[in-house]
Design a protein around this ligand. Structure first.
Ligand code: F6P
Length: 321
């Protein structure tokens, strides 16, 4: 292989830049040229392609977001879109592609692989919903952002005696809420993977009040069956002891400089992706399993979903005592 492409696709995640840097420099080390594809699969279809040399990726390891920008492409989901993308790859002499992104992007990568194009995927999404890898790039940074916010909220909550409902991202995956609940000292978490009745939430907050706690914290995943406002309304109409306030963390969770963990994970995965491509592997995704970065078939990745570890749900309840 003499030339490979790299793109970031779907929702951005902190650490994507560290991964781009590792891809470009590993390829250069092996004498392979790298073309950066801007705005994911949409940019590929539209031919937004720029050369990336080792110096072009200097000073980006610590930057959040992605220098290549990203997009969610509807056109690429069509057969015609995928044909256009393949034509662009051939036009530019790109012989292999690294796709950095979430589960939708891994589906896109698999589509190209199934059309015979050499692809390696790298999991990057704050949601940590991608099957086969313990952690995706960006998750650790998002968790650190969430926990920083929760620490601040606790300062005000316990000073004035309030119950805070904090909504985290994660689409239909409760991972961020679960872990934030454990390390943020929540009374309870509401996640899509586990049914919880609003009466139980009110009970948990009231118990906290009755046990003399100065505040109560409920972490709610955005994909939870109850909207955060609905939970607040319910609590406000019950005698729970505390006044209620809501904080929706939103896209703040997606930004910021990647943590040491995410920089290392992104770097190791970028190196592995290029080595896999150059070593003849096709249609795989890099994954963290135990202490190792391995590759697993994209076909397996897209057929399954990373399961929530519900032991954390019970741990939150137990430690709220
Ligand atoms: O997949 C990452 C994510 O941030 C989800 O947690 C969230 O549901 C979604 O993207 C938000 O998408 P958008 O940035 O398009 O609003």
């Amino acid at each position: 292989m003499r030339c490979i492409g790299v793109m970031t696709s779907g929702g951005d995640a902190p650490g994507m830049n560290a991964c781009i840097r590792a891809v470009v420099r590993t390829a250069a080390y092996h004498g392979v040229r790298v073309l950066g594809i801007r705005r994911g699969f949409q940019g590929l279809i539209e031919g937004e392609i720029v050369e990336l040399r080792p110096r072009d990726v200097g000073g980006i390891i610590q930057r959040g977001g992605t220098i290549l920008q990203t997009a969610r492409s509807k056109e690429f989901m069509t057969e015609e879109g995928q044909r256009k993308a393949l034509r662009r790859l051939n036009q530019h002499g790109i012989e292999g592609l690294v796709v950095i992104g979430g589960d939708g992007s891994m589906r896109g990568a698999l589509a190209l692989h199934q059309r015979g194009f050499p692809v390696v995927g790298v999991p990057a999404s704050i949601d940590n919903d991608i099957w086969g890898t313990n952690m995706s790039i960006g998750v650790d940074t998002a968790l650190n952002t969430i926990i920083d916010a929760i620490d601040r909220l606790r300062d005000t909550a316990s000073s004035i005696g309030r119950a805070f409902l904090v909504e985290t991202m994660g689409r239909d995956c409760g991972y961020l809420a679960l872990i934030a609940g454990v390390i943020g000292g929540a009374e309870m978490v509401l996640i899509p993977e586990r049914e919880t009745r609003l009466e139980e939430v009110a009970r948990a907050v009231m118990d906290a009040y009755e046990r003399g706690k100065t505040h109560a914290l409920i972490v709610i995943a955005e994909g939870s069956p109850y909207r955060t406002t609905e939970v607040a309304k319910f609590l406000e109409s019950h005698p729970i002891g505390f006044d209620v306030r809501i904080t929706i963390l939103g896209h703040i969770q997606r930004g910021g400089s990647p943590t040491a963990f995410d920089r290392l994970l992104a770097t190791r995965m970028g190196v592995k992706a290029v080595e896999a491509l150059l070593g003849g592997e096709r249609g795989v995704m890099t994954a963290l399993q135990g202490r190792e970065i391995v590759t697993i078939p994209l076909e397996e990745v897209v057929q399954r979903r990373r399961e929530a570890n519900l032991a954390y749900y019970d741990m939150v309840r137990m430690l709220a005592i």
